[in-house]
Design a protein around this ligand. Structure first.
Ligand SMILES: [Zn+2]
Ligand SMILES: [Zn+2]
Length: 340
């Protein structure tokens, strides 16, 4: 079968590899229907890498597929059923796993990052990693269950309310997902930062109330001009830059700052006393809420299809990756089993 292999720093190659076979009774083989390219896939291909990826694995962790084969211990699923895949495989025995913190499992595997993932015609996944989905929902949306699950889990930690004034840094695929979820949750005061004309337009199309083009304007000026106070909730969906020090000047007393974007090369200087004096909550988020995401996917107003800019066969994955790097693409979907 064809698969996109992460060969090592900066190198992703589409080539022929053996089709996966059932080796354990809990194994499930799916034919991949759609897979989306994540910002972390781009970070992982940077030099130096912004996120570690294991050389030799099949890349891609946001995917869905149709079951074609099941091990003898797999029950409750059927051949021909489309399923969503949670790529983070918990060990089940470490301290975190045994103390209700399995999202932070210190011994976890991750399809598409540390183990074979979904940029391939077929993928082998474990029974515990798949979820039933409404079969009427398009694969374009089901493939995005993973990033949506991360957004839903993160927002669950900071409880956005319809009366909150919210600033969101970033209008990439995750930023736009945040916009759609915040809008679904009823947030009506939302300022979003974006880089470049395409991203600014996409953020507007997704429903941002005000979009700051960071190449032309300063967020602080726009906030001061439009909101007499500041923000109750600030979300960083970028992970680098001067966000934390800047957020200190924009957050209201008792506000919440959510750190979501991840770049291990990023560094930031903050004044701890500011957080004490203003009772600011600083929250990091890494978990995935799959049941919550699957529930939200049923809502026709969610609109995660609004910002799909590229639909490509696996052979043309580099077109999508380059377009994302150059901020010319937003959500890029790959169809390993279709000629497009
Ligand atoms: Zn992702
Ligand atoms: Zn564990």
């Amino acid at each position: 079968m064809k698969a996109a292999i992460f060969e090592g720093p900066g190198t992703l190659t589409v080539k022929e590899v053996p089709k996966p076979v059932i080796t354990k009774p809990e194994d499930v083989i799916i034919r991949v229907d759609a897979a989306s390219v994540c910002g972390s896939d781009i970070h992982g291909l940077a030099i130096p890498p912004g996120q570690y990826m294991k050389p030799g694995i099949i890349y891609g962790h946001e995917f869905c597929g149709t079951i074609v084969e099941m091990g003898e211990e797999v029950e409750g699923f059927r051949i021909g059923e489309r399923v969503a895949v949670n790529p983070r495989v918990r060990c089940g025995t470490c301290y975190e796993c045994t103390h209700n913190r399995g999202d932070l499992c210190s011994n976890s595997d991750h399809y598409g990052q540390l183990a074979d993932g979904g940029f391939a015609e077929f993928a082998k996944v474990s029974r515990g990693q798949i979820y039933h989905v409404d079969q009427t929902i398009s694969p374009d949306l089901v493939a995005q269950t993973e990033p949506l699950a991360c957004v839903v889990s993160a927002l669950g930690k900071v409880h956005p309310s319809p009366v909150d004034y919210v600033i969101l840094y970033g209008a990439g695929p995750i930023g736009l997902t945040f916009i759609r979820v915040l809008k679904t949750f009823g947030v009506t005061n939302l300022i979003v930062t974006a880089k470049g004309a395409e991203r600014v337009q996409e953020a507007r199309d997704c429903g941002a109330d005000l979009v700051v083009d960071v190449e032309k304007e300063t967020l602080a000026d726009v906030v001061k001009e439009n909101w007499p106070f500041g923000a109750d909730l600030i979300i960083d969906a970028v992970g680098r830059g001067n966000i934390l020090p800047e957020a200190q000047g924009l957050i209201n007393p008792q506000g919440r700052i959510l750190l979501f974007g991840l770049d291990n090369n990023a560094r930031s200087e903050i004044a701890p006393g500011f957080f004490v004096m203003n009772e600011i909550s600083l929250v990091g988020a890494l978990g995935k809420d799959f049941p919550g995401a699957l529930e939200l996917l049923k809502n026709p107003d969610l609109g995660l299809d609004r910002f799909i800019t590229h639909r490509l066969p696996l052979e043309r994955i580099h077109e999508g990756i380059d377009a994302m790097r150059n901020k010319k693409a937003c959500r890029v979907l790959i169809y390993p089993n279709e000629e497009r």
